[in-house]
Design a protein around this ligand. Structure first.
Ligand code: SF4
Length: 414
């Protein structure tokens, strides 16, 4: 086999990693390098992110240890039956690359995943070894996100959490049937079992850190997961239900949604139809409704159409408001924050500003207009000192009136 240079390997393995969306680096505790010991600390300047136009995080060196894999997940370009160029880094090569890139200021940390070579345990050991070299030999205090392998020994998964800021296990598909069909080597119970183990270890480490100053950190930025949105495996209602269950059961920091995008040499088992990217966006919006807008999962699911899919032409918050018109209009001068959060077109920041302003004066429509992208879209749902919609919420053409024409309505307009 031809020997590849590190650069050639990087070309192959960085490209192979681009399909994983779960790489945001938010929420980590800072490791400090006080006393001039160690490098890469984010203390004092925070971790900043850069996102590519398609929403993927680019501030980390995002790479696979190898794209060889003994599994055959149909949606994955690295599956064993895929005809792609293969490469494999050693843990030391990845550690050296990370440090070299870090010193050039290209990156702030590492997102490391891997195909499964030899066995899950062996692969997990290689991932851990990379993180160990970085932390112990290079004294690297920057951000490390390790993708962990649910089939690996629980002790190894635990060791990964001692080096990484964030750990993640991909749940892959929202339903067990979808997983069985598209990732036959994976097991839903094993995936959730490993997530449960991480949740416990994270909680125990947090608890220990409150009692012992030098208690070892364990994945201080928590765990996340990624769900692949494939056209015919689950509808949005099922995806929302699965995500909300994962947040509750495993205290996940984030669920990332990744609309399946066509891969070279795609498996014949995959549906021909690719889901529109806007569907991924609507799922992220529904996720925000649950995490920041106080919507119960069942309420977000109510925003879906009869086929269980969220509308693509309007955001889920507007879809919910149009279905539950009897809850509107909301008086911006009197309504509690929970109800203001339901108003389409008003974001969390705008609402906090409105609440702060109304302590001093009675708000007019102009006051709201200054805080939103389009007051025309908010108007039917609110009451102000000088504005009350007359039967607007009863109009049959309300949806057409408030739906964005070509531009998408800003759910989080602030
Ligand atoms: S385990 Fe499945 S998803 Fe992961 S690299 Fe292998 S084939 Fe791809």
């Amino acid at each position: 086999m031809q020997q590849l240079s590190v650069l050639q390997k990087l070309e192959i393995l960085a490209d192979a990693a681009k399909y994983d969306a779960s790489c945001a680096s938010s929420g980590t505790a800072k490791r400090n390098s006080a006393g001039g010991k160690g490098i890469g600390s984010t203390e004092g300047m925070g971790i900043c992110h850069a996102y590519a136009p398609d929403g993927r995080c680019i501030s980390l060196l995002k790479v696979l240890l190898t794209n060889h894999c003994v599994f055959d997940c149909h949606y994955c370009i690295n599956r064993k039956s895929s005809n792609v160029r293969r490469a494999r880094f050693t843990p030391r090569e990845v550690a050296d690359l990370t440090i070299a890139f870090y010193k050039r200021n290209y990156i702030e940390g590492l997102f490391l995943s891997s195909g499964i070579v030899k066995s899950s345990d062996h692969t997990m050991e290689q991932l851990i070894e990379t993180a160990r070299i970085l932390r112990e030999e290079h004294e690297f205090r920057g951000y490390i996100h390790l993708k962990t392998i649910p089939e690996a020994d629980a002790g190894l998964v635990h060791r990964a959490g001692l080096y990484a800021d964030r750990v993640s296990i991909n749940v892959e598909l929202p339903t067990e049937a979808g997983l069985t069909r598209l990732a036959p080597d994976k097991n839903a119970g094993q995936i959730e079992g490993a997530m449960g183990g991480l949740r416990l270890a994270i909680a125990e480490a947090k608890d220990a850190s409150k009692r012992f100053r030098h208690a070892p950190k364990f994945a201080p930025a928590g765990q996340s997961t990624q769900m692949i949105v494939v056209a015919d495996t689950a509808n949005d209602t099922e995806i929302i239900g699965k995500a909300s269950g994962l947040y509750t059961r495993h205290r996940l920091r984030r669920v990332y949604y990744s609309a399946f995008s066509p891969i070279p040499d795609a498996s014949a088992v995959l549906p021909l139809k690719r889901p529109p990217l806007i569907r991924e966006h609507r799922l992220y919006q529904s996720d925000w409704l649950m995490r920041f807008y106080g919507f119960a999962p069942g309420e977000v699911q109510q925003a879906a159409e009869a086929d269980g899919m969220l509308p693509l032409d309007i955001d889920p918050k507007l879809a919910w408001a149009l279905k539950f018109r009897e809850r509107f209009p909301v008086d911006v001068n009197k309504a509690p924050r929970e109800m203001l959060l339901r108003v389409p077109g008003l974001g969390v920041k705008a609402i906090d500003k409105l609440i702060a302003s109304r302590r001093h004066r009675t708000l007019r429509l102009d006051d709201v207009a200054r805080l939103t992208v389009s007051i025309a879209r908010v108007r039917p749902f609110i009451v102000t000192l000088d504005w009350r919609p007359t039967l607007l919420t009863d109009r049959v053409d309300l949806r057409a009136l408030v739906a964005p024409k070509s531009e998408q309505l800003e759910l989080f307009a602030a």
